[in-house]
Design a protein around this ligand. Structure first.
Ligand SMILES: [Mg+2]
Ligand SMILES: [Zn+2]
Length: 183
């Protein structure tokens, strides 16, 4: 990957369908938060290779009343615990609790989640990589000048099918995307 050597590359991941199995019925409980095979190892690999890893995730299920912020944070504790066990680290997590009707500035494809992560953590977004399974992840990346990567887990195959002209780096899963970043 060729980036301006003055800036570090940070990795920003979507959550559902990239790190954990997505569900049309939403991921509402700790037990429903189930990692995709090898995704935790992929995050650990990034960390061990010197990359900072962030998560930016739309969680409209909160606004819809399907689960609380407390439950979301408990899901994230589970995720962070598994990542820690694998020797990895997630520096920060940004989530949008709003529904599309709330018209907020953070729900992807808007830029707010990425820009707030960048402000808090001194991320050079135009030197960073955003990995997602849905078009809105990729669109928010393009909006802030980050490099989008599509994974075919979660909603990824549908995203690819529905957008045949997407000319983006595409990978079977997060682990394959990470391997390509590291080579
Ligand atoms: Mg997703
Ligand atoms: Zn929002």
């Amino acid at each position: 990957m060729t980036f301006d050597a003055h800036f570090k590359t940070d990795i920003i991941l979507d959550r559902d369908g990239v790190i954990n199995l997505d569900s049309d019925e939403y991921v509402k409980t700790i037990d429903e938060w189930i990692p995709i095979e090898s995704s935790i190892e992929a995050i650990a690999l990034l960390h061990k290779s010197g990359y900072r890893v962030f998560v930016a995730t739309n969680q409209s299920g909160i606004s819809r009343g399907y689960y609380s912020v407390e439950t979301l944070k408990a899901m994230h504790q589970k995720m962070l615990g598994l990542v820690d066990l694998a020797g990895g680290f997630i520096t920060d997590i940004a989530f949008c609790p709003h529904s599309p009707d709330d018209n907020c500035d953070c729900r992807k494809p808007k830029a707010g989640l990425l820009t707030s992560l960048a402000d808090t953590n001194d991320i050079a977004l135009n030197q960073s990589i955003v990995i997602g399974d849905s078009l809105r992840d990729l669109d928010s990346a393009i909006l802030v000048g980050a490099k989008p990567m599509l994974v075919l887990t979660g909603n990824g195959k549908k995203t690819q099918h529905d957008n045949p002209n997407l000319n983006l780096p595409t990978f079977e899963n997060l682990y394959d995307a990470v391997k390509s970043i590291l080579t």
